[in-house]
Design a protein around this ligand. Structure first.
Ligand SMILES: Nc1ncnc2c1ncn2[C@@H]1O[C@H](COP(=O)(O)OP(=O)(O)OP(=O)(O)O)[C@@H](O)[C@H]1O
Ligand code: SF4
Ligand SMILES: [Mg+2]
Length: 379
């Protein structure tokens, strides 16, 4: 079935400062840049002699959230909770079992929705592994120009703008443009990856552990660069990290995941100072305190997450939660449906004053206050 063209398919415009009134903006500030509804991804697990399906890993299990224009949404959670799977689903790198993704009002996929090609003109991703993202046989200038060339831009048209982008990410084009990835440090390679992600002039970036492999001093420089680029190109970020200190520094709002589900979401300030979910509280208390006087004696979060193939009934966190009661095994706590930017919601019976939990309406205990533990000089 042929479908009516929705957008002009021309060679991409090169990155340039986007004025506050971005002409690509369709729904205005009130319309989320990205709306995700009930997104699911199950990986089949096979075993036995006949390699039959023996179960599913529910890597992303019914996730609903919005990312608002111009914000940075931090996504945190332990290893294996589904952060990267969610990122890959949003980029269309793997198919979803179900759910809906809407980009600035346009549904992604389906007969009348945005195609993946159209989506990727607007949404790009930077991965943790700077090495595997770059072609070792291409000079970095050509790596940066690759995406636009594939989309139809001429070599001449890309030359100057590639150089501008390298300059913007802090790599002098005359010194670095002709170098190959093995001639760069980890931080420099990650700068190239960021330039490459920006080469199609996207409106939004997903940064999946993009600074996690870097030394602390380099990490700070790249974080500052990301803040500068966000302002300069009027970008919106999803910033995925296991480091809550870094997320506190860069994110406007935070979404906490546990075993494929969202357990808490809200403005950073509120999450870091008044976490409502015991899991978030434990993650915050597990942060490394720089001041020895602030260190806690016992580990706030013990044991591994349960088997994702057979998650616990009711609340998935109940096997590790010190506040678990009988009702936590039988009734899954709801997160609530408000997508309001300012709303702070937690999927815990304690967060619902009418739930019947003995501690309903109380906040989980605080081992130490969530002072800002990360700071870099503003650029
Ligand atoms: N291709 C796959 N096949 C089977 N299971 C998978 C696949 N990819 C991911 N998983 C499983 O899905 C779950 C979520 O994995 P994912 O990589 O999204 O976690 P993560 O939160 O990004 O972890 P990390 O912090 O270690 O990067 C894990 O249990 C993982 O083992
Ligand atoms: S619902 Fe129950 S088990 Fe789950 S986090 Fe809240 S108190 Fe703990
Ligand atoms: Mg990951």
């Amino acid at each position: 079935m042929s479908r009516a063209p929705r957008r002009k398919s021309t060679a991409p415009e090169w990155p340039k400062p986007v004025p506050p009134g971005d002409t690509r903006d369709r729904g205005g500030q009130a319309q989320p840049m990205l709306l995700v509804e009930n997104l699911r991804k199950y990986f089949a697990i096979r075993g036995g002699l006949l390699n039959r399906k023996i179960g599913d890993v529910k890597a992303v299990d019914g996730i609903t959230f919005a990312v608002f224009k111009g914000e940075t949404l931090g996504i945190v959670g332990e290893s294996g909770c589904g952060k990267s799977t969610l990122a890959r689903l949003l980029m269309g790198l793997i198919p979803a079992e179900g759910g809906k993704i809407v980009f600035d009002g346009d549904p992604v996929g389906g007969p009348s929705g945005l195609t993946l090609r159209e989506l990727r003109r607007n949404l790009q991703m930077v991965f943790q592994d700077s090495d595997s993202s770059l072609n070792p046989r291409l000079p970095i200038e050509e790596s940066v120009a690759y995406g636009p060339r594939v989309q139809g831009a001429t070599r001449d048209a890309t030359k100057k703008t590639t150089q501008d982008l390298l300059q913007r990410v802090g790599l002098r084009p005359d010194l670095f443009g002709g170098r190959y990835p093995h001639e760069l440090s980890g931080g420099q390679k990650q700068r190239v990856n960021i330039a490459r992600a920006l080469a199609l002039n996207p409106r939004m970036l997903i940064l999946d552990e993009a600074v996690s492999a870097l030394d602390k001093s380099i990490e700070a420089q790249v974080l500052n660069l990301l803040r500068y680029l966000k302002r300069h190109f009027n970008l919106t970020y999803i910033f995925i990290s296991h480091d809550l200190n870094v997320v506190q520094y860069i994110a406007d709002r935070v979404m906490v995941m546990y075993l494929g589900e969202v357990v808490e979401i809200g403005p950073s300030e509120s999450i870091y100072h008044q976490a409502r979910h015991p899991y978030t509280r434990a993650l915050l208390d597990s942060r490394l305190a720089l001041d020895p006087a602030d260190r806690v004696e016992t580990a706030p979060l013990t044991g591994d997450p349960p088997n994702p193939i057979q998650p616990p009934s009711g609340c998935r966190f109940r096997t590790r939660c010190e506040f678990a009661e009988d009702m936590c095994a039988t009734t899954a706590p709801a997160l609530g449906e408000s997508l309001d930017r300012a709303s702070h919601r937690a999927a815990c019976h304690m967060a619902n004053p009418a739930s019947g939990h003995k501690r309903a309406g109380q906040l989980p205990s605080v081992a130490r206050p969530a002072a800002m533990m990360y700071s870099v000089e503003a650029s």
